[in-house]
Design a protein around this ligand. Structure first.
Ligand SMILES: *Cc1c(COP(=O)(O)O)cnc(C)c1O
Length: 399
């Protein structure tokens, strides 16, 4: 390892450097341990709070937790649907043997044939998209999406009548099956907010128009995690689409992911020395610095520089200097730790380790971005999954 040192401290630093020991797991320097008992408990909690069917949203590799194993656990815990953004994500789930209904909502409608062949339901927001999807043989299953005020995707109100009437005639002709009608909330956690009232009102009108056109969807769905947690019962309909809550984002839920690594070097550094690029950090006392082999490429936000701390061998230690691409330095103080000491970068918080919420606060983002930012070179290790014992329980092949 090549390092630049302040000349006066070189001898002292060399004296404090110990050989590196790798963690036992598959040559990885860092791993994300995903607790499937926590995922399952969150699904059960949210489903009973909603009192409806639950769609586990496993987009973006299940918020960085690993889509296929997470999907499996959610289905075993009572989820009956899976939600993803892209068709590629849905196909990956099918390839892993998931047979449950899957809805994908952001894809190129001209390229929906593969999704239809795999039995993936597709969201449709416009007559043009509907025409493209209906060109695929096999009566694609679609969910018509109404924009009730999020103004992100979905069919604008003024085009809805036309969309539902075209969909109804295509359905009569056996060209599509309208399996769902849906929308998405802008203020899910605030059932009494004016935008929520507006969205609900518009959704009800949209449903009336769809029924008047002759549509009889299997599932109507609107709520997300925040709406379920806010007990917004009139948003629940047949199905709630829960992402964040599955992973423990939200009150009364359990974070499922622990990002852990090990100290790879420890050195003594005198007071008043700059640490890292541009010497953004500076030691305030004679101290021990631990080199920890994860950085922003692994998901630690660079914006947390100067604020973050990590859990090193049972205690919190502040980071010193910039969060780098591949590594950070923790300021241990007078008491060193051994090379190989366990580091928890984030976890549920039970032992005083930082949480995803802490990292979000340190870097001005949300927990979602912390989880989805965990890099692909961090190995995922899945623990506590029922299906690891009984692989047959939930591995139904797609028909
Ligand atoms: C991500 C997403 C969800 C899940 O929302 P959470 O707040 O994570 O529960 C539901 N619906 C759509 C359309 C989404 O994009």
């Amino acid at each position: 390892m090549i390092e630049t040192r302040e000349s006066g401290t070189a001898a002292m630093e060399l004296g404090g450097t110990q050989p590196m020991t790798l963690p036992e797991s598959a040559g990885e320097l860092a791993e994300a341990v995903v607790d499937h008992a926590a995922l399952a408990a969150n699904v059960r909690t949210l489903r009973s709070a909603a009192g409806t069917q639950l769609m586990a949203v496993v987009k973006a590799d299940a918020f960085g937790h690993g889509a296929a194993p997470v999907a499996r656990t959610c289905l075993a815990a009572g989820a009956t649907w899976l939600g993803v953004t892209r068709v590629s994500e849905a196909l990956e789930l099918r390839r892993s043997g998931v047979g449950a209904p899957i809805l994908a909502w952001l894809f190129d409608p001209a390229r929906s044939a593969e999704a239809v062949a795999a039995g993936v339901d597709l969201s449709v927001s416009s007559p043009a998209d509907l025409a493209a999807v209906a060109r695929v043989s096999g009566a694609p299953r679609i969910h018509l999406k109404l924009d009730t005020g999020l103004h992100r995707s979905g069919c604008p109100g003024e085009d809805w009548s036309r969309l539902v009437s075209v969909a109804a005639s295509l359905e009569s002709a056996g060209r599509v099956r309208v399996a769902g009608i849906w929308s998405h909330l802008s203020h899910g956690g605030r059932p009494d907010a004016v935008p929520t009232h507006r969205q609900l009102l518009m959704f009800r009108v949209g449903l009336d128009l769809a029924r008047a056109a002759g549509l009889r969807p299997e599932v109507v769905h609107l709520a997300n995690t925040a709406a379920v947690q806010a007990n917004a019962r009139d948003t629940a309909y047949d199905l709630v689409r829960v992402g964040a809550g599955v992973y423990g984002i939200g009150e009364g839920l359990r974070p499922a992911l622990t990002l852990r690594t090990r100290v790879v070097q420890v050195r003594r550094v005198a007071a008043g020395r700059g640490v890292g690029y541009d010497h953004v950090g500076r030691t305030t006392r004679d101290t021990h610095l631990a080199l920890v082999p994860v950085g922003y490429a692994d998901g630690l936000p660079r914006a947390a520089t100067g604020r973050a701390s990590i859990w090193v061998g049972g205690r919190r230690a502040p980071l010193i200097g910039r969060v780098c691409m591949d590594q950070v330095v923790a300021d241990l103080g007078p008491e060193p730790v051994a090379v190989g000491t366990e580091v928890v970068v984030l976890g549920p918080g039970d032992h005083g380790e930082p949480t995803a919420r802490d990292w979000a606060a340190w870097s001005g983002t949300n927990e979602h971005e912390i989880y989805t930012g965990i890099g692909s070179r961090v190995g995922r290790r899945h623990v506590g999954a029922d299906w690891a014992v009984d692989r047959s329980s939930n591995g139904r092949e797609q028909s």
